[in-house]
Structures are given as C-alpha cells and as structure tokens.
Design a protein around this ligand. Structure first.
Ligand SMILES: Nc1ccn([C@@H]2O[C@H](COP(=O)(O)O)[C@@H](O)[C@H]2O)c(=O)n1
Ligand SMILES: O=P(O)(O)OC[C@H](O)CO
Length: 319
C-alpha cells in the first residue's frame, strides 16, 4: 500500500473508519509574514491548502474531518475576523460530511467564545469547548479545550483571566509573557499563548475515559496544544499537560493523542505506549505545497497518510 508521503506496510484490509485532519490554517487576507523566530507564514495560501485538502478528503470519501484549531490568524484585522472565519468555514463546508473543530489561541485573539463556538458548531457548556463523539461504536474521540484556563479569550470572565495571569506571573518573570527567556527545561511552557485544562474538564475527561473503558472503545484524544514533550517543542505544551496525561494514563483505552500549535509537527510514544502526533501547519506551506492528511482507523492502529509536508505515520496501539 503506498501513500502520498512515505510508504507504510499494509497488514489489514479495510479500515473501520477514515477521517481527514488539518491544523493551524491561520487564514488572513494579509500579505505573507514570518513567525517570531522568522519562519515564513503564508496567510492567504493556507486557504488554498484547505481547498486541496477538502478535494482530497471528498475523493477518498473519508467519513469526517477534524480541524485542530487556529483557524484564522491573530494578525487578521479585527474588523475582518468574522468574514475571515466565515470564509474558512465555507471552505470546510465543501466537505461531504461533518467537520469537528477545536479552538486555538489565534481564534481567541480574534473573537469571543460566544461568537466563536456557535460558528464552529461546538455545543458548549459555560463557553467551554470540550466534547466527545463516537463515529463508530469501537472508537471514541475526546476533544479537549486547552484554553479552559487562559489569559486570552475570557473577557466575559475576569476571574478566569486573573487566575491565568497569576498562574503565569508565578512561573514566568518576563514582562512579555510570551517570552520564555530565562525559563529552564519544562518551565518554558509557561507562556501566554498556551493554557490549561481546568478542574471540571479534568473530571469530565476522567468520566469519559471510564465510560470508554466499559464500552471497550479505543480513544483518540485531540487538543490544539500538544501533550507530550517528546513530540513538541516545550514552548508549545499545555501548561498542565502532565496532569492531563496522569488522568489519561489511568486508562488503557487511550491510544493516541493528536494536536496542532507546534507548526513543524512531531511524533513520540510516551512511557505508557501512548502515541502523540503533532500535525504540521497548513499556514507554513509555501505556494503549491500541502500539509493535511487522512487517517485510517484499524482495530490495532491508526494510519496517517500525509500530503507533502505532513509526514505519514503508523501508530500501532500498545496493548
Ligand atoms: N514574544 C515572544 C514570542 C514567541 N517567542 C518564541 O518564539 C517561538 C514561536 O513563536 P510564534 O508565536 O511566532 O510561533 C516560540 O518558541 C516562542 O517561545 C518568544 O521567544 N518571544
Ligand atoms: O501559531 P502560533 O503563533 O500560536 O505559534 C505557536 C508556536 O509556534 C508554539 O511554539
């Protein structure tokens, strides 16, 4: 069996289900730019990457799509935020099936949660953006809200903002809270563009994993922010990735964690055999190149077939 990018050995015939993935589209109708570290960013091209992704997913007839967040970019002029996100949502709308979105820091720079969540079709409680779904009885997807506690995106909840700002102040002495200067090792994740999973969401996660265990389901955990230092730069990690992973590791049903945010992508297998795959960003595709994929789910593994800059990956479940 050959794939767009890399070759993977075939062991099993038909997947149980297949889905499309894309991360960090960060569309804006503005000229090309660069990241803080100078990596080129193609704000208009990313929409073309999404168009090609949708065409490919429709051709492959994948059952659903997951968008890993940062749908529009923070540099989008605020008076154009709604039009920009609508443009991206319209492109997703050309896909012949459901699209599951998550929020990222750039979405929150642009729009308040009350506007964002309905647009992204995220049914929420208390403006939180976590949810789960089962496309087939054997598999459960958990989508985490990595900005549940965050210094960005909570203008309507000053208490949450104050909690997050204090959390950051205690851990990051820099006046620019996006700067990791002077922070050592894992401390370098305490940056304003990251966030944390709160207590209620943590309990909910525990309950869903318990339920999935009873139902004998394999679980895929999705979050805009990466959950393992082996797969991502430390500067991109969820603030309390360790607490989230402690909950996930209580259960054997969680097999794979997927995320975005760290644009260069990555893969690791953690100490409990859980795969972590950070997806390469659509935003950083030079004209004519791609970063999207489709994932086949089998009983014993996930098979990511990536286009161009998205590396293909076989993720065999640990038993
Ligand atoms: N004020 C800042 C902002 C970012 N960084 C570091 O740059 C990296 C990427 O930043 P982007 O948000 O532009 O992708 C990341 O590793 C940050 O820690 C910084 O040092 N100071
Ligand atoms: O897409 P940004 O601007 O949030 O950048 C994320 C950083 O690359 C994470 O280190």
């Amino acid at each position: 069996m050959s794939h767009e990018n890399g070759t993977v050995t075939a062991q099993e015939k038909q997947p149980l289900v297949s889905f499309g993935v894309i991360a960090d589209v960060q569309y804006a109708d503005i000229p090309d730019g660069r990241s803080f570290l100078g990596v080129p960013r193609y704000y208009r091209q990313s929409l073309l990457v999404l168009q090609r992704a949708v065409r490919s997913w429709n051709e492959k007839k994948v059952e659903f799509v997951i968008n890993f967040g940062d749908t529009i970019d923070g540099f989008c002029p605020k008076e154009h935020s709604l039009a920009a996100i609508q443009r991206v949502i319209d492109e997703f709308g050309a896909f012949d099936g459901p699209v599951h979105h998550m929020i990222g820091n750039h979405c929150l720079y642009n729009l308040p949660r009350e506007k964002l969540l309905p647009l992204l079709n995220i049914a929420s409680q208390n403006s939180r953006a976590y949810y789960d779904f089962s496309p087939i009885p054997e598999v459960r997807f958990i989508v985490l809200d990595g900005y549940d506690i965050s210094a960005i995106g909570w203008p309507q909840d000053p208490q949450n903002t104050i909690k997050a700002v204090n959390f950051l102040k205690e851990r990051n002495p820099n006046s620019d809270k996006n700067s990791p200067n002077g922070l050592v090792g894992l401390e370098r994740r305490f940056l304003m563009f990251n966030g944390a999973v709160g207590e209620e969401q943590m309990e909910w996660l525990d309950n869903v994993l318990e339920d999935a265990t009873k139902l004998n389901q394999n679980v895929v955990v999705c979050c805009h922010l990466p959950l393992d230092p082996g797969a991502s730069s430390i500067e991109s990690l969820l603030w309390n990735y360790d607490e989230v992973m402690e909950v996930i590791h209580r259960y054997k049903c969680a097999k794979v964690c997927l995320s975005g945010h760290d644009h260069r992508g990555g893969h690791s297998v953690d100490s409990h055999g859980v795969h972590h795959r950070v997806l390469e960003a659509a935003l950083e595709c030079p004209p004519g190149t791609n970063a999207f994929g489709s994932i086949d789910i089998f009983h014993d593994r996930l098979l990511l077939s990536g286009a161009d800059r998205m590396e293909s990956q076989e993720m065999v479940f640990c038993s």
